[in-house]
Design a protein around this ligand. Structure first.
Ligand SMILES: NC(=O)C1=CN([C@@H]2O[C@H](COP(=O)(O)OP(=O)(O)OC[C@H]3O[C@@H](n4cnc5c(N)ncnc54)[C@H](OP(=O)(O)O)[C@@H]3O)[C@@H](O)[C@H]2O)C=CC1
Ligand SMILES: O=C(O)CCCC(=O)O
Length: 479
């Protein structure tokens, strides 16, 4: 990997304000070629306790700065991320596999959360409430929750951690974060730039580790941690909720999805196909907001599926650092096996393969479209997290809303129609935190990202995103 600034390829942990190498190392591989990229510090549960103690000590000083002072540091950090976007994208593609253009997009997307929350740091307003008695004056202030512990996944190694660090730091919290074991390099590079931007020692720690269970327990059981913010699988979200119950730990959870993509007869066919590809095949399908089930109404079904299969067959699969690649490798052999299992299950139950369906080499898989889907197939209930587009046929609006909602998940959903009445009815009827209407791309720092049902708790981004890191304090004053 050739970088303009080799100092961004950091392999030590950022622990309590110092760069620390550990005797144990975790290995990071290029998922496109399987080659070793780096040996990185492998932090223990004891290291986590040290980072938490440092965060607890540093947090009051950080919170005592004015919002404007914290904003200035965050703003410098944002500018450094943008200035180093090419290097950060190269690191991201190397460890995660997504095409370079997507990686660069993710770096700027992550930076946009830093910029947004730098601005929000200045707007943590309180309120006054008319007193309930003549001599009473009521005030409400908003204060940082304290020390936050964050755990993030491999699929967005920069943006998922950026959108936790930025609001926490803007609010005046200190934060200790564990990135995914597969992709720690992007998180460490972000910490290099945060330090250069002037973030005080101890306010941020980044702890790569193979002991996810141990660090998770430390985060939940250490009384100095006020809150946990997690992005990843619903199963691990449940574990953290259970572990945090003893101390009533505050939680933000951004978990799995099972996104429906609904195409009505009156939709613009080409726009629906392009939106579907954008939503389904972004990051090779490894995104919690990726379409998982496609519902096409009877009148448009055959034309839609024919055009979708044609467009999907044209997608170019290859290493993320090769020009023209649109679909990179899957993150692990296990991820590829899950895609194959979903296809095998569907085909055994009567699905028809329209394109794809086979592996290429390593963890590269041909983007796939299946027709003739039925609700008893595994993919109707489970997130594939890979490049598989299964198409279900439906007849009526009521039927498709029921089918779309027939899942324990409720993160993203998508609808294509030109009927404004239907837009409102379907949007209101979908039990999801986010609805894309005539678009397959909904993510932006200015909007509240998050799910209902078992897809999570809390929102990231928008003016609401900082609330997860603040507590209300009410004061009753007798005059
Ligand atoms: N909502 C989303 O954005 C994501 C959803 N997923 C869904 O989850 C499935 C599995 O993906 P996977 O990467 O295994 O997701 P996980 O939920 O296992 O991993 C996400 C993060 O949690 C950590 N972790 C794992 N187990 C524990 C634990 N017991 N306590 C604390 N932290 C833990 C991981 O560490 P480590 O890396 O060391 O295992 C990683 O940092 C995917 O196929 C997809 O369906 C996955 C990623 C993101
Ligand atoms: O949780 C994820 O899978 C990442 C969501 C990326 C996005 O913000 O669109």
């Amino acid at each position: 990997m050739r970088l303009n600034d080799p100092g961004l390829l950091e392999t030590r942990a950022y622990l309590a304000g110092a760069w620390v190498q550990t005797s144990a190392r975790l290995t990071v591989h290029d998922p496109a070629r399987g080659t070793l990229l780096a040996e990185v510090a492998d932090c223990s549960r004891t290291d986590a306790a040290t980072a938490i103690a440092a965060a607890k000590a540093a947090q009051p000083g950080w919170a005592a700065l004015t919002g404007k002072e914290r904003a200035a540091i965050l703003r410098r950090w944002h500018d450094l991320v943008v200035a180093n976007a090419d290097d950060l994208a190269a690191i991201l593609t190397a460890e995660m596999g997504k095409p370079l253009a997507e990686a660069r997009g993710e770096i700027l997307y992550g930076a946009s959360y830093i910029e947004w929350f730098a601005e929000e740091a200045k707007r943590v307003y309180g309120e006054t409430i008319p007193g309930h008695q003549r001599d009473k004056r009521l005030l409400v202030i908003r204060q940082p929750v304290g020390v936050v512990a964050a755990i993030t996944p491999w699929n967005f190694p920069n943006a998922m951690i950026a959108r936790k660090l930025a609001p926490a730091l803007a609010a005046g919290c200190a934060i200790v974060a564990k990135p995914a074991a597969e992709t720690p390099l992007s998180a460490l590079a972000l910490a290099v730039l945060a330090e250069r931007a002037g973030l005080p020692a101890g306010v941020l720690s980044i702890l790569p580790s193979t002991d996810a269970v141990g660090l998770g327990i430390e985060f939940c059981e250490n009384p100095k941690v006020a809150k946990i913010s997690f992005t990843g699988s619903t199963n691990v979200g449940r574990i953290l909720m259970r572990q945090g119950a003893a101390q009533i730990k505050k939680l933000s959870l951004e978990l799995g999805g099972n996104a429906p993509f609904i195409v009505f007869d009156d939709a613009d066919l080409e726009a629906a196909v392009q939106g579907c590809i954008a939503s389904k095949f972004r990051n090779a399908g490894q995104t919690c907001v990726c379409t998982n089930r496609i519902y096409a109404q009877s009148g448009i079904h055959d034309a839609f599926i024919a055009r979708l299969a044609e467009a999907v067959a044209a997608l170019r699969v290859g290493p993320g650092d090769e020009a023209g690649s649109e679909i990179g490798p899957l993150i692990t052999p296990a991820a590829l096996a899950k895609v194959e299992a979903h296809i095998a299950d569907a085909c055994a139950k009567g699905a028809r393969l329209m394109t794809g369906g086979t592996r290429i080499e390593g963890t590269f898989f041909r983007p796939t479209v299946l027709a003739g889907m039925t609700p008893d197939m595994t993919v109707a209930r489970e997130e594939t997290f890979g490049p598989l587009a299964p198409v279900f046929r439906f007849q009526t609006e009521a039927e498709v809303i029921d089918a779309a909602n027939d899942t324990e998940f409720g993160l993203a959903s998508y609808v294509y129609t030109r009927d404004m009445g239907r837009v409102w009815r379907v949007m209101e009827g979908l039990e999801y935190g986010m609805v894309g209407i005539n678009t397959g791309l909904i993510s932006t720092e200015v909007a509240p990202f998050g799910g209902v049902k078992q897809s999570g708790i809390g929102r990231e981004g928008s003016r609401h995103g900082i609330e997860d890191y603040l507590e209300l304090k009410y004061a009753c004053l007798s005059v």
